[in-house]
Design a protein around this ligand. Structure first.
Ligand code: NAD
Length: 207
């Protein structure tokens, strides 16, 4: 793929993929960009434009073949691949993520969880046993790990990231409420921001 795909488009591809998956499960063979757009609450011109980055999928009047489009997106966004994930921090967020089956279904496989608190080490969350953070180098020697989740307190996050970068992780999901200094791709998960955005929408709808 020669064209550089803008970040917001890449994000939406994941949404399209999930939407198509659902449509396919519902037995819907062909789908128009209008239907995808309606389900996702975005403009159909946006859907058409986003998908046009990847050549012509759709047929005028008929729409897209759900299965074919799903497969094409699968190749583009890499959902065919299984991604190995480690979680750093076995607190509220880290433990909840490890217990969440939905990630595995989407091929994000959590293979390790690490914490600095020795009293947590050895305890199990589902099938995974919490390891001490000092074991992480050894773990990376034995396993291919692409993604790390930062679920440690704000003041510990930067140092943890520097270590992970050194170990060769490819990307980060960051729950800590700070801007990380790193060359790696990062997705910040800011729950507070979602609440703020929602309260803004509610206030606007009440006016
Ligand atoms: N709980 C929430 O609703 C929420 C929401 C949004 C963001 N966050 C953020 O997500 C992060 C995690 O939140 P939480 O509620 O799970 O926190 P938590 O305190 O429950 O868990 C953090 C864990 O990280 C471990 N830890 C500390 N330093 C470490 C290090 N250097 N290496 C490895 N482990 C280390 C701690 O021992 C603890 O088990 C925080 O930065 C928090 O601000 C939390």
């Amino acid at each position: 793929m020669e064209k550089k795909i803008p970040k917001p488009v890449v994000k939406r591809l994941g949404l399209y993929y999930r939407c198509l998956n659902r449509l396919y499960e519902e037995g819907i063979e062909f789908v128009a960009s209008k239907d995808i757009a309606e389900r996702l609450g975005i403009k159909s011109s946006q859907v058409r434009k986003d998908l046009s980055y990847f050549g012509e999928f759709g047929k005028r009047g008929v729409g897209y073949n759900t299965y074919e489009l799903m497969n094409s997106l699968e190749k583009i966004i890499g959902v065919n691949k299984i991604w190995n994930v480690v979680v750093i921090g076995a607190g509220n967020i880290g433990s909840a993520l490890v217990s969440y089956e939905g990630l595995k279904k989407e091929k994000f496989n959590i293979i390790g969880i690490f914490d600095a608190d020795r009293s947590k080490v050895g305890k199990k969350i589902g099938k995974l046993q919490i390891k001490h953070i000092s074991e992480i180098e050894e773990f990376f020697k034995k396993n291919i790990v692409e993604i790390a989740v930062i679920a440690v307190p704000e003041n510990a996050a930067q140092l943890v990231v520097e270590k992970l970068e050194e170990l060769g992780v490819k990307g980060l999901i960051n729950f800590a409420p700070i801007k990380l200094r790193t060359k790696l791709p990062v997705e910040d998960v800011d729950i507070t921001l979602s609440f703020k955005a929602l309260s803004f929408k509610i206030e606007r709808s009440l006016k």
